[in-house]
Design a protein around this ligand. Structure first.
Ligand code: AMP
Ligand code: MG
Length: 497
């Protein structure tokens, strides 16, 4: 009944499941009635090597909602553990994510919300439409912004009820990533002292994703020479530093940086209570359940480091030396600082040459962030206006954002002096390609969600288009680039919905 257009079979490679039953449980998704498409990403279909027109088939709709098997796919859920909010949480695992396998193009496909698994604990294995819309849109928006992230192939909905604070309906996001391995996968086998499994996992990840690590990492004294596991820890630290630097530069708050939500590939994963900052507040907490502010915006770089230490602890038996383990994480901080400064220079339109003026650039960025905070300036609008002002050579519209315009003028002077010092002026094209007009603010997600809950998926699709072209002008959607409405601040989003 559900035949695949363009190809009768899909080609898969053994992938993660080849690690065996200690790592995965094979199972089938639980069907959902009356499936319909909400949104799709043809770009991800191409990337993952799916047959042309795959997403246009009913077979794909049924398979990606968990109602039919994809030829050749042997679905599974994987086991992991982790630290949640700084506390060891024990075994977790894919409680509502079912992996379809790895395509020949090297992409794992995963259905999020496709039913219970042996790792569901008390949960129902489902995801509600509301949170699935947010995950679908944000995955693709982050990619368009240049932030390392898992991708989203499709979003389908059902009228099946899902019980949260109120009764909602179910949806499934098909996620795609080269790997869904998390720090928590390593912690799982390490805390249970299952060294052979720990080694098999590390060897698999190194061989598949970090072949350059098999000789250790490039420390000056060469002490780690040949220590592939130290090399892995170092390289994961580097990728994580890049990811978090991007978050800080774009104003993204993840909200649940538990070690089970940290990708071994340094990809942003598990979009839950995330938020793009509206008014710049470095202490902003986007997760309503995070009462202590552990995952506040300005804590993210330090929390990632803490999480990397958990990974280091898990890899210690393989690395075999505590000093080498600690040393292999030392490069995280400088790499984070360097990458953050580099990204901020791009936002400021300062050329590579500005790096030579580190002593001037670092305080310029610091003073700006302080000004944005004390004047509660909208983060995204500031950068976009600064880019347009620089292009026009008139900073009036940017100045208007500051209550203390004299303080802005003082900063502007320093900025212009620095730009003159580099001898190249401001690169306004770079600024316009780096500072988006459109990000997935909470209230925009909310508009799409409210329409979708009434059966109208057009706003999700239009937002998908705009957010995947965030640097372009979209005259019909100007309002989406504007200030958030008053009701935006009353939106409350917490974990696992
Ligand atoms: P999260 O907070 O979404 O990262 O989820 C933490 C853990 O809870 C993971 O192991 C998830 O698979 C699991 N989980 C979250 N929501 C559900 C659910 N509705 N049903 C089953 N497991 C869930
Ligand atoms: Mg999670």
């Amino acid at each position: 009944m559900h035949s695949l257009k363009g190809s009768d079979t899909l080609d898969w490679q053994p992938g993660f499941a080849q690690l065996g039953p200690a790592f995965v449980t094979h199972l089938q998704p639980t069907p959902l009635p009356n499936a319909q498409w909400v949104a799709q990403s043809p770009e991800v279909a191409r990337l993952t090597g799916l047959p042309q027109d795959f997403l246009q088939t009913d077979a794909a709709l049924q398979a990606l909602t968990g109602n039919a098997k994809l030829p050749g796919s042997q679905p599974y859920a994987s086991v992991y553990s982790g630290h949640q909010f700084g506390v060891w949480a024990g075994q977790l695992g894919d409680g509502r994510a079912i992996n379809l396998g790895e395509t020949l193009a090297g992409w794992e496909l995963q259905l999020k919300g496709a039913g219970r698994t042996p790792y569901s604990r008390g949960g129902d294995g489902r995801a509600v439409l509301r949170s699935s819309i947010r995950e679908f849109l944000c995955s693709e928006a982050m990619h368009a912004l240049g932030v390392p992230t898992t991708r989203a192939l499709s979003l389908s909905a059902s009228d099946a009820p899902v019980y949260r604070e109120i009764t909602e309906t179910a949806a499934v996001v098909t996620r795609a990533a080269p790997s869904f391995v998390r720090f928590g996968h390593f912690e799982h086998f390490a805390t249970r002292d299952m060294q052979a499994n720990l080694r098999a996992l590390a060897d698999y990840v190194i061989e598949r994703y970090y072949p350059e690590c098999s000789n250790g990492w490039p420390s000056a004294d060469g002490a780690n020479q040949g220590n592939a596991y130290a090399g892995l820890l170092y390289a994961v630290g580097q990728r994580t530093a890049h990811m978090v630097a991007h978050w800080q530069a774009v104003g993204f708050c993840h909200g649940v940086m538990n070690t089970d939500n940290m990708s071994i590939l340094g990809l942003t994963i598990d979009y839950g209570p995330f938020q793009f900052l509206d008014a710049f507040d470095p202490t902003h907490i986007c997760n309503h359940s995070d009462t202590q502010g552990r995952y506040a915006f300005n804590k993210q770089p330090q929390v990632a480091y803490w999480n990397l230490f958990c990974l280091g602890q898990a890899l210690l038996p393989l690395i075999g030396d505590e000093d080498i383990t600690v040393q292999s994480l030392e490069a995280y901080r400088p790499t984070f600082s360097y990458t953050f400064r580099h990204l901020m220079c791009k936002k400021l339109g300062l050329p590579e040459a500005a790096h030579a003026h580190e002593a001037a650039v670092t305080p310029l960025i610091g003073q700006l962030l302080e000004l944005l905070a004390t004047n509660a300036v909208d983060y995204t609008i500031f950068w976009r206006r600064l880019s347009l002002s620089a292009q026009e050579g008139d900073f009036a519209t940017t100045r208007d954002l500051f209550l203390d315009s004299a303080a802005f003028d003082r900063w502007l002077l320093t900025y212009q002096e620095l730009s003159a010092l580099t001898g190249q002026g401001l690169d306004t094209n770079l600024m316009l390609k780096t500072n988006p007009g459109f990000v997935l603010r909470n209230h925009l997600g909310e508009l799409a969600i409210r329409a979708a809950q009434q059966g109208d998926f057009s706003v999700v699709q239009e937002l998908h288009h705009v957010l995947t072209h965030p640097f372009d002008a979209h005259p019909a959607y100007e309002a989406w680039a504007g200030f958030p409405p008053d009701w935006a601040s009353s939106i409350e989003i917490s974990c696992s919905s």
